[in-house]
Ligand binder design. Structure first.
Ligand code: C2E
Ligand code: MG
Ligand code: MG
Ligand code: MG
Length: 294
């Protein structure tokens, strides 16, 4: 109960608390319980990562992976990140999850190096709160150092919402990442609320076309237009562009014709287990273009 009261006051402030108490008590207590369960999940290793291949259609090879978190709950079964990440993002919990994802991904890169396979980069999703949190850069630097992994093998995916933070702080963080060779992608590009202004201010590397635009391809006459515009924009700004959620041959063809040759989606691969990803690497999926496709 004491924990609950503190939680309540912290989230809402005293006055708001009074006002909403009766109305929201249920939601808050279940949210509180949910957060407790996420903490427990971290402690009890109920999370794991899957790795979805990213394909370069020009060289017809895998050029990297995106790490995607899964929660195997002992009673509820598999819980989607779409459900628990937004709740974790409301508190510092997301930073603990994010640190765990970074640690796992960098350790896997190191294991691949030890196994002697040609290593491909892993892209990790980082929430805004963690991106601007104190110590974020240090965490990455020390994990890379500890596991003897080069920064060019790690990519960071952030959404446009991050750019609503102080611009100069974002620039500093990105410059530090750049200094380590870590590339930065804008995830779900085109779905956020931020202006396009940041695109020329920030040292970005990659735009990821959101799957809602990719699934619009071939739907109606206008379906391809947004993808076309984003690809043009990326080319004009000297950014790489990758399409997510590619599910059909038609979508792949249209994207290729429009000049977007980096694809990710069920048409190629679902997110894979660690062992399936390793098998892919062992099959020698990599070409000379492997680590960095310009
Ligand atoms: P996202 O980063 O945009 O990831 C892409 C999502 O699209 C993934 O869903 C992936 O499995 C799914 N996807 C890939 N190809 C296809 C396709 O062809 N068709 C369809 N319908 N879906 C496809 P997932 O794994 O459920 O992740 C959902 C979201 O959860 C992610 O969106 C990301 O925002 C968040 N997320 C996942 N893992 C992490 C993580 O480790 N940290 C953080 N902060 N967020 C994460
Ligand atoms: Mg992503
Ligand atoms: Mg995405
Ligand atoms: Mg998305």
């Amino acid at each position: 109960q004491a924990d609950m009261a503190m939680y309540w006051a912290k989230q809402n402030g005293r006055d708001n608390a009074k006002f909403f108490e009766a109305f929201m008590a249920n939601e808050v207590s279940s949210r509180f319980q949910y957060e407790q369960q996420i903490k427990q999940a971290l402690a009890q290793q109920q999370f794991h990562l899957l790795y979805q291949p990213q394909i370069d259609t020009l060289s017809q090879s895998v050029m990297g992976f995106e790490a995607l978190i899964r929660w195997q709950h002992p009673d509820k079964g598999m819980i989607s990140p779409v459900e628990f990440i937004p709740i974790a993002e409301e508190s510092n919990l997301i930073c603990h999850i994010g640190d765990w994802v970074l640690q796992q991904s960098i350790a896997l890169l190191s294991a691949w190096q030890t196994a002697g396979v040609a290593v491909l980069p892993i892209a990790v999703n980082i929430s805004g709160r963690q991106f601007v949190a104190e110590g974020f850069i240090d965490t990455i630097a020390s994990l890379l150092q500890q596991h003897q992994v080069d920064g060019s093998l790690l990519k960071i995916e952030i959404t446009e919402g991050v750019f609503l933070h102080d611009m100069s702080q974002c620039i500093d963080i990105m410059a530090a990442l750049k200094g380590m060779g870590v590339e930065i992608s804008v995830d779900d590009f085109g779905t956020g609320y931020s202006s396009l202004h940041y695109l020329k201010e920030l040292p970005l590397d990659i735009l990821k076309i959101d799957k809602s635009f990719v699934s619009g391809i071939g739907d109606q006459a206008e379906g391809d237009k947004i993808c076309e515009a984003i690809i043009q924009l990326a080319q004009n700004l000297d950014l790489k562009v990758i399409a997510e959620g590619v599910e059909t041959q038609e979508q792949a063809n249209v994207l290729n014709v429009l000049g977007c040759h980096l694809h990710q989606g069920y048409f190629y691969d679902r997110p894979l287990s660690e062992s399936a990803a390793l098998r892919l690497l062992q099959q020698g999926q990599r070409t000379a273009l492997g680590t960095s496709v310009v």
